[in-house]
Design a protein around this ligand. Structure first.
Ligand SMILES: C[S@@+](CC[C@H](N)C(=O)[O-])C[C@H]1O[C@@H](n2cnc3c(N)ncnc32)[C@H](O)[C@@H]1O
Length: 256
């Protein structure tokens, strides 16, 4: 009897073998970078510089990260995909796209949610189809170009559902009337000083019950100080908890 080879993530996400294989390859490349001594020393140095000089980020840190994936780990990405599927999220903002790995999961979920919503609409009214997209953001042109390549390789399950805004997201997300009226999910996977300013830009468009995810909030807790204080302040309208994924993954639900 022969045993079919099932890609490991096929239990968690719905995607073609081509997308599954691409994800396996991209995660392996990212993991190899993250496990290197130089990357470990880089993170240690960031924390040390915070404690010694209150420095949260720097131009040399940007330079170091320019060729790094720093993609979310597969289990976090699978969780995001299932969260987006379970909530029917059709409008997602991703703060920090890098080479576009987590974006692939979000785009799969959005595409599948739009298809489900469109079928439901068509069967009820025979009428219009639903819309949706992932708004991805990346300030480094070389990273944006790599992300586009990966989405092209992923193909029609993924590529059509992404709008990449290239440049500083403080500007690209602030263009008047350029965000969907109701955003279902915000992923904050960005250098920590950007977390709170990004949330402040997107918050007016978060729908009631929208989910905000921030990565690495336990490991980088001191660097997230202002963001964590903000989401814990009751008047800001969030209910929040830390999921014990590696480094901590903060999940906040907007219930103003
Ligand atoms: C941790 S990585 C994102 C990883 C990605 N979410 C994934 O899982 O594959 C963070 C990215 O945010 C980008 N970034 C940092 N500051 C930015 C800003 N102000 N505007 C847009 N992108 C920014 C960095 O260049 C970096 O590529």
């Amino acid at each position: 009897m022969t045993t079919a080879t099932v890609p490991p993530s096929s239990q968690h996400i719905t995607a073609s073998p081509r997308v599954q294989n691409l994800l396996t390859k991209l995660h392996a490349e990212s993991e190899a970078q993250e496990k290197s001594i130089s990357q470990f020393l880089f993170y240690l140095k960031r924390l040390a510089r915070y404690y010694l000089f209150s420095e949260t980020w720097s131009a040399s840190a940007d330079q170091h990260m320019r060729d790094k994936f720093v993609s979310l780990e597969p289990d976090k990405c699978q969780f995001l995909y299932l969260l987006a599927r379970s909530t029917g999220a059709r409008n997602i903002v991703e703060a920090g796209t890098s080479f576009g790995v987590s974006t692939i999961y979000l785009a799969l979920a959005v595409g599948q949610n739009v298809t489900d919503a469109s079928s439901a609409l068509a069967s009820r009214t025979g009428g219009p189809t639903a819309g949706g997209k992932v708004i991805a953001t990346e300030k480094e042109p070389t990273k944006a170009a790599r992300a586009r390549e990966h989405w092209k390789q992923a193909g029609s399950e993924v590529e059509p559902w992404i709008e990449l805004r290239e440049g500083n997201l403080l500007e690209t997300l602030s263009v008047p009337d350029s965000l969907p009226e109701e955003i279902d999910m915000l992923l904050l996977d960005i250098w920590t000083p950007m977390a709170l300013p990004t949330l402040e830009i997107v918050r007016p468009n978060l729908r009631r019950g929208a989910v905000v995810i921030a990565d690495n909030t336990t490991f980088a807790k001191p660097l997230y100080k202002e963001f964590l204080e903000y989401i814990h302040r009751p008047e800001n309208g969030f209910k929040t908890l830390t999921i014990p994924y590696s480094g901590g993954l903060e999940m906040s639900v907007y219930l103003p």
